[in-house]
Design a protein around this ligand. Structure first.
Ligand SMILES: NC(=O)c1ccc[n+]([C@@H]2O[C@H](COP(=O)([O-])OP(=O)(O)OC[C@H]3O[C@@H](n4cnc5c(N)ncnc54)[C@H](OP(=O)(O)O)[C@@H]3O)[C@@H](O)[C@H]2O)c1
Length: 310
């Protein structure tokens, strides 16, 4: 099969498309013929060697966790899927997922059936970002109907899905991005939008129940500032919560790491089937342009998601 192979730590020029052996499945896995695969900032952090989980990888590496495709073989202990099922999922995160390939061996527990409403491209865009948004808002943020949530970077891969999930959970949703993304973020259903390049949120908002910060050091102290006493701050991109809590000891603040879950994807599927979640794919590229996809993501200017295919 063909796969995108990374020869060394460093920049995106270390990728090449090569012929490699097909993966062999374990009893708990299915073999998926990949129709499309997605990219995430975690991919470039692993590629460069800066992600903490990159330490366990040895070159040559096939990166990639997000994919959608068709089941072509089923391991002996798998009961949830059969040959011919269209599936999607985040494979093996944060261990090597090897989804930048024509075939991937995926644990059945990481997968869900692809909702009929989604194309393979849309489904490949979703898993890591939507699981992150879902787990941040529900498992960690305990978001309740009627509460107000601020989503920092509402136009990004994670943020645009978090806006829609928060609306579906019955919250009032405030989103930030730069002005060029205002129409897009409003189209997702935010109740209020703020352009971070012209508005200081810290001096504009207060009494927020939950902030989901997907930006990091640039926004984290402002995110803490707008919370009401007892409010929750969930970050996916900033770790030094002791510094945040030194300034706001009256809130709770947590950095989380997404975990793979076919069960969570099935809950999310119900929202997709009900038309409550749209996956925005801003760019679709052939697999040999993987370096362009990484460079675009590293610019931190991506709207929605980037997807590739062989
Ligand atoms: N811990 C975890 O489990 C986990 C899981 C997923 C992601 N992450 C991390 O979370 C971060 C976001 O991931 P992602 O996939 O959503 O990234 P992304 O799609 O690349 O985010 C890009 C978006 O961020 C917006 N943005 C940039 N700076 C901003 C600011 N100061 N204020 C508001 N919006 C801003 C940009 O909007 P403009 O172009 O309008 O500026 C752009 O639309 C990454 O660092 C990623 O590694 C962590």
């Amino acid at each position: 099969m063909k796969a995108v192979v990374l020869s060394d730590w460093g920049d995106a020029s270390n990728f090449s498309v090569r012929d490699v052996p097909n993966p062999v499945i374990q009893p708990n896995e299915v073999l998926v013929q990949v129709k499309a695969f997605g990219v995430n900032p975690a991919d470039y952090k692993t590629r460069s060697g800066t992600a903490p989980y990159a330490k366990q990888y040895t070159h040559p590496i096939i990166l990639g966790w997000d994919m959608a495709g068709d089941v072509v073989a089923v391991g002996s202990s798998v009961t949830d899927f059969k040959q011919g099922d269209a599936v999607y999922g985040m494979v093996n995160f944060p261990n090597p997922g090897q989804a930048y390939a024509e075939y991937v061996a995926a644990p059945a527990a990481d997968l869900a059936l692809k909702p009929a409403k989604l194309t393979y491209t849309q489904a490949a865009a979703a898993p890591l970002a939507v699981l992150t948004a879902w787990q941040a808002l529900t498992e960690h943020g305990h978001l309740q109907a009627g509460q107000t949530v601020l989503i920092q970077a509402a136009s990004g891969g994670v943020g645009h899905l978090a806006v829609q999930l928060a609306k579906a959970l019955g919250a009032t949703v405030i989103g930030t991005a730069s002005g060029k993304n205002e129409a897009f973020v409003r189209s997702l259903g935010v109740d209020e939008f703020f352009d971070y390049t012209t508005t200081d949120i810290g001096h504009t908002l207060n009494d927020i129940d939950l902030v989901f910060d997907t930006v990091g050091a640039d926004t984290i102290f402002q995110s803490a500032e707008v919370l009401k006493p007892g409010g929750r701050l969930i970050s996916i991109a900033y770790g030094a919560m002791d510094k945040v809590l030194a300034e706001r000891p009256d809130i709770s603040a947590e950095r989380i790491l997404v975990h793979t879950s076919g069960d969570d994807l099935r809950k999310i599927n119900a929202l997709i089937d009900a038309g409550k979640l749209r996956i925005e794919v801003s760019e679709v590229l052939p697999a040999d342009l993987i370096a362009d996809a990484h460079r675009q993501l590293e610019s931190r200017r991506t709207t929605g998601k980037i997807v590739l295919h062989f």
